[in-house]
Each structure stands twice: as structure tokens, then as C-alpha cells.
Design a protein around this ligand. Structure first.
Ligand code: 4NP
Length: 160
């Protein structure tokens, strides 16, 4: 089983959507038993909350119902998960700052390392929180293609 954790700042915009999109693709393929997914934030601002209303509305427009509750990243997550996919460079640094071993560090990657276009790899998934509604669809589009590529990456590993 592959255990993947998606991380952003608040766990109410980007990472719950990444988790939801990845789960949707996995369920479509009937591969629920092969993956464990979760998401969290590096900050404690929104613990226990549903995803941001704008994130939920935009996801619903695209056929995806998000209802998980926010939680904060914990050091124990380094042991619970094989892959820790972080939405931006600032939060990647925050996660890396909590690592206590080389094995932990090796689990941490940027979500957009899974972009196909080389010029997009390593970029931040932009934080839509303080912007307009168009930012939420932009984040959706980015995460839809990155989770597709992430899934294909793991399917290749399962097949080989
Ligand atoms: P997220 O977005 O990290 O994608 O969940 C944010 C959510 C909340 C805040 C910032 C970003 N905030 O400052 O409360």
C-alpha cells in the first residue's frame, strides 16, 4: 500500500482538494485498497473546519464533494506516510524543519514536481485564500493534472 499525505498551510484550500482529486481517480480505477490518503496543514488556524466554502463550491462545480476536516501536520506523519507532497516551497521548508532523519527528508516533495512541463516543475501551487474565485479554478486545474501524473507514477511502480 502507498501512503500519501498532501500538505498546505491551512488544510482548507489546496491540500484537501489534492486529496479529494487523488481519491476520486483512485476510486474510479477501483484501487482504494492500494492507497491510503490524507491531508493536513502546517498551521493550526483552521483545525476541525471543513474546506473553505469557495474551495468546496468550486470542487462541487467540477463534481467533487469535499467534506474532510482540517488537521495540523505532526512529526508522527513522517512515519505514517511514504510520500509527503507539499503545495509550496514555504510549507515544504516548514515540513523539512520538523524532520529528524534523512529518511523523513526523502519523503518530502513538492506537488508540482509532478507537472509534465519542465518549466512548471518546482513551482508553488498558488495560495487562493486571499484572491478571487478564478484562483480556485486555477488551483483545481493544477491539482487535477498533478494528481493524474502522481497516480500514473504510482501505477507504473505497481505494474513493474
Ligand atoms: P491553504 O490556504 O493553505 O491552501 O489551505 C490557506 C488557508 C488559510 C490561510 C492561508 C492559506 N489563512 O491564512 O488562514
Amino acid at each position: 500500500m502507498k501512503k500519501i499525505l498532501f500538505v498546505c498551510l491551512g488544510n482548507i484550500c489546496r491540500s484537501p482538494l489534492a486529496e479529494g482529486l487523488m481519491r476520486e481517480k483512485i476510486v474510479k480505477l477501483g484501487l482504494e485498497k492500494q492507497f491510503k490518503l490524507d491531508s493536513c496543514g502546517t498551521a493550526d488556524y483552521h483545525i476541525g473546519e471543513l474546506p473553505d466554502e469557495r474551495t468546496r463550491e468550486n470542487a462541487l462545480k467540477n463534481g467533487l464533494n469535499l467534506k474532510q476536516r482540517a488537521r495540523q501536520f505532526e512529526v508522527a506523519d513522517f512515519n505514517r506516510f511514504d510520500h509527503i507532497l507539499v503545495m509550496d516551497n514555504a510549507n515544504k521548508m516548514r515540513v523539512i524543519g520538523l524532520a529528524t532523519s534523512e529518511i523523513h527528508l526523502q519523503k518530502v516533495q513538492l506537488m508540482r514536481d509532478f507537472e509534465s512541463a519542465s518549466e512548471l516543475k518546482g513551482k508553488d501551487v498558488p495560495d487562493p485564500y486571499y484572491g478571487g474565485v478564478e484562483g480556485f479554478q486555477n488551483v483545481y486545474n493544477i491539482l487535477d493534472r498533478c494528481t493524474e501524473n502522481l497516480l500514473n507514477h504510482h501505477l507504473e511502480a505497481i505494474e513493474n
